[in-house]
Design a protein around this ligand. Sequence first.
Ligand code: ZN
Ligand code: ZN
Length: 468
Amino acid sequence: KIKVVADAAVDPEFGSGVVKVTPAHDPVAWEIGRRHNLEVKQVIGLDGRLNEKTGRYQGLTVKEARRKVVEDLQKAELLEKVDENYKHAVAVCYRCKSIIEPLPMEQWFVKVAPLVEKSLDAMDKGEVKFTAKRFDKIARHWYANLYDWNISRQIVWGIRIPAWRCEKCREWTVTAGEVPEKCAACSGTNLVQDEDTFDTWFSSSQWPYATLMSSKSEVIGKKSGGKKGKQLSDFEYFYPTSVMETAYDIIPFWVIRMIMLGLYETGKVPFREVLIHGLVRDKEGKKISKSKGNVIDPLVMVERYGADALRMGIVWGAKVENDIALSEENIRGQRNFANKIWNIARFVLMNESGSNKFQVTNNNLKESEDDRWILKELEATVKKVTKSLDTYRLNEAIEELYKFVWHRFADVYLEKTKARRAEALPMLRLILKESLKLLHPFMPFVTEAIWEELGEKEMLISSSWPKA
Ligand SMILES: [Zn+2]
Ligand SMILES: [Zn+2]
C-alpha cells in the first residue's frame, strides 16, 4: 500500500501528474513530506549503497539499483515506457562530478532572522553602506531570502566545531572552544567532540573582529583623548574598519554574513563602507577561461613586466565596481611608465652626483617661472588624485598621475632644466619625491626602491600623503 497525497509542488500537467516522493533523499520531497507528515525512511547509507530497508536491492549502489528496479518492473510487465530523452537536473560534486544523493543528517544551524533584522536596521541607519546602490539592493535581496544557515561541514579542513556529545544522555555541550569537564545536561563525563567542521564562510565572516581581537600587538601611540588617554588595543582603534573591498560574487556568502556576525558579536558593524570590484575580463570584455585560451597569468605578467606594471594595468581604465578589461599591451605600457620613472630618478641622481649635494629647504629653492609652473601643476595633481582616491575613482587617479609625471614633469619641466642643471636640482628632487608619494599606492615596489636610492631614511610607505 502506498499513501497518496495532493501537493502544490507537483505539476498535474507534467507526465502522468503523479510523482513518487522520497523525503529522505530529495529536498523537494522533504518539504512535501513535512507538509503531509510523511515518514522519513532513509534507504541510502553513507557508503552510497542501499540499506537493509530495501530487501533484495540491499548492498547495490544507487546506480546499480536503478537499473535493477527497471529490469524487475519490465520482467513483471509493469513498465509502460521509459523516456530516454528526459533530462534530469541533478546535483554533482564540484570536484569529481559524481552525482550527489541527499541524506538526512544532523547538522548545526544558525537562526538567521534576528541577525538579518539587525543587519537591515544598520543598513537603514547608514551605519554600513554600499558605495554602489545596485549592490545595496543585492544585499537586501539576499537578506530577505536567507534560509537558516547550515554551518557544519563533513570535511576535515576547517575549524572543528566546539560541541561535545554526552555518551550517557546524548545531549550536546557547546563551549567557546575549551574542552568541557562534564555534560551540561546530566554532568556525565564521557564526552565526545563533534567531528564536523565549520562552514568556511562562518569562520571567515568573523575575520574583521577575530583578527583584531586576537592581535597581541597594540598600535603604538594610539590613545583615546590625547596623551593622557588610555592605550587603545588594535580592536578598539581599528574596529569598525573603514572600507571592505571585495568581489560581488561573494556578497551573499561573505559580506552580508560579516555584517550579521559583527553585529552579533560586537554590537557594531564590521566596516562602514562596502566597495565592490568587478571581474577581470580580457580586452574584449570576455570572461577569462582556459578553454577560450585568453588566460593572462598574473605570475607570468609579473615575471615579464614587474608586479607594479601588472598592478597599474589592472587599475588603468577600470572604473571601480565595473568589470575590468585586462590586456598584456596595457601591462606592457605600464612597464614603460615604470621605466620612465626610473629614468627620471637616474637623471636627478646623476646630476646631483656631478654637483654639490643639495638639501631642499625653502631658502635655496630659487623659483624660476618653470618652477612656479611645475609647482602649480603638482598642486593641482595632488588635489585631483586625492579627490579621486576619496571617491574610489582609482583609474582617474592614476591617469592623472601618469599625465603629470610623464607629460608635464618629464617631457616639459625636466627637459627645460637641462639649460640650468645645478640651479634646478632642488626642485627636481622635490617634484620627484612628491610624485613618488603619489605613485606609491599604485607602484609600491618601484617607488620604494627609488626612494631608497634617493637616500631617504624613513620608508616611503610611512611618509605622509602630500597636501594640496
Ligand atoms: Zn567528489
Ligand atoms: Zn549528559
